[in-house]
Design a protein around this ligand. Structure first.
Ligand code: HPA
Length: 276
């Protein structure tokens, strides 16, 4: 019989517990180009994914594939930051994609921040803007919870009314206002990728209620919800989605925008997490 996800997460968690030797207060997943936030942490411990038993390896450029654990300056909070995540388009099953989240669950982490790079579907959005995720639409059309049910992971039919914590959203809006950072509120739509969308698809996504489009986050948010975590989601709009403006979209541009706003992004994230 194959090893269950629950047991695999326990194995990864056991290893991490030995390495980290303290409780993780908040877990953070960093999207494309946003890796710099991890550099802010103090008393850092860096664990490459390949050292963690049962973790897959990150294959995407700009996702370095390591867990950085440290203290957030000015707080007593221990933060575990995923610099690089696993995507469905890399060929992993959604069980592999979400195993790190299951591992955080096994480590009893209850507070989660998911970030990503996304295309702006809402025509009012500009490249470089930040969007607070109020809700999502799963146009990947597959759930990470599909398959044999294991009660130890959570409910078979988990509620999705408030995937992105209302309280955390309030913290985010207050923090952005204090810093003078513009923060949109919108719906994130996930597609499988890895190709970007066509202009016709982007028009369809807008009709369906998307403000931003990307290739990650939703499976992680669903798993986190099932495990009873509170989640904050923030998208960096790295580009106007296809057809919204002239010109083509490329990964280098997506990465570059992440680096350009990383200072501001890190400031905002630090302020929000300090309130969580
Ligand atoms: N579409 C999908 N995913 C993305 C985009 C986009 O335009 N930009 C960054 N990630």
């Amino acid at each position: 019989m194959s090893v269950s996800i629950f047991e695999r997460a326990q194995t990864s968690a056991r290893y991490l517990r030995e390495q980290i030797k303290r409780e993780i207060d908040v877990a953070v997943v960093l999207g494309s180009g946003l890796g710099a936030f991890a550099e802010k942490l103090e008393e850092k411990l860096i664990i490459p994914y390949e050292q963690i038993p049962d973790f897959a390896r990150s294959t995407v450029e700009g996702h370095s594939g390591r867990l950085v654990v440290g203290t957030l300056p000015g707080t007593a909070l221990t933060i575990a930051v995923m610099q690089g995540r696993f995507h469905y388009y890399e060929g992993y099953s959604l069980e592999e994609v979400t195993l790190p989240l299951r591992t955080f669950g096994a480590l009893n982490v209850k507070r989660l921040v998911l970030t990503n790079a996304a295309g702006g579907v809402n025509t009012a959005y500009r490249a470089g803007d930040l969007m607070l995720i109020t809700d999502h639409i799963n146009l990947m059309m597959i759930s990470p919870l599909r398959g044999q049910h294991d009660d130890r992971l959570g409910a078979r039919f988990p509620d999705m009314t408030e995937v992105y914590s209302r309280a955390y959203r309030q913290f985010a809006l207050e923090s952005a206002a204090e810093l003078g950072i513009k923060l949109h509120e919108g719906v994130y739509m996930s597609l499988q990728g890895p190709n970007y969308e066509t202009p016709a698809e982007v028009r369809m996504l807008r009709l369906l209620g998307a403000d931003a489009v990307g290739m990650s986050t939703v499976p992680e948010a669903i798993v986190a919800r099932q495990m009873g975590m509170q989640t904050l989601g923030i998208s960096l709009i790295t580009n106007a989605a296809a057809g919204v403006e002239e010109g083509e979209i490329n990964h280098a541009e997506v990465m570059e925008m992440g680096q350009r706003v990383s200072g501001q992004f890190g400031q905002l994230l630090s302020k929000i997490i300090a309130r969580m």
